[in-house]
Design a protein around this ligand. Sequence first.
Ligand code: TPP
Length: 278
Amino acid sequence: MNEKIFRLKTFEKASYCRHFEEEVIKNLKLKNINIPTYVSAGQEFIAASMATICEDLKIKPLIFGQHRCHSIYISFGGDKVKLIDELLGRKTGCTKGMGGSASIASKEINMFGHDGLMGSNGPIGVGACFATNHPTIVFLGDAAAEEDYVLGGLGWASTKNIPLITVVEDNNLSILTEKKVRRNWEMSDVAKSFKMQGYNIDDDPIDLLKYSEIFFKKPCLLNVNTNRIFWHAGAGKDSDDTFDRYEEEKKRLGEDALAIDKKIKEEIKNLWKKQLEK
Ligand SMILES: Cc1ncc(C[n+]2csc(CCOP(=O)(O)OP(=O)(O)O)c2C)c(N)n1
């Protein structure tokens, strides 16, 4: 795919994610949302890029996210109204108002909800991929990736050569503990030690596109460095200086991105307004 088209398609998905999360923040502050909520703003280009690549490959993968998964659901085409309803605790939500922010599931997009045990989606995703031989993506945080059962699953995936992509959304933090305090190794090296292709890259969409030639042909792991703009849970901010990929892409793409951003902001605002009035 042409680079500019890829960037724009990915930006469009990221824009849906970003404006959705901005409404989430607003409604957390207004206390319209009253459940633990894990906002993915800042990290949205990872899911958006993976979804654009899958669309181009005409592949509808099995998706195993963890608690910070709004952007995964939205990028892969999850029904946004059902996600709003879920966050508002309604029966019409994507998990009938019982999963909340952390356990989003959708049969329509093959997305399996997380159970809250960090990293459990690693081996569960490996098992599903092995049993079905269906292209599968497991999304893990950099802390979840450290769990022993994640590592066992990676070894099995490599041994059985299954069509699995493990994406580590590496925002450097486990709640508030930085990676350098927790370990002196990288997940890309762990993958290589299991004889799997492993890469340590940035969340620039083109960096993800670069590796798409091997996607689903053999197991691989992408450790993608990114930034969390809001707190681990809830609406606060650790810093106002956090690098923001969304703003960077908006600048790079110029007028085209500004028009997409404006249109989608309005669309998402209206969607929330309509649901809140119900
Ligand atoms: C096995 C297990 N250990 C600890 C926790 C508590 N916990 C919940 S989220 C979290 C941090 C997760 O960090 P990461 O996987 O990097 O994802 P992020 O929140 O950064 O998206 C921890 C330690 C848990 N839920 N499960």
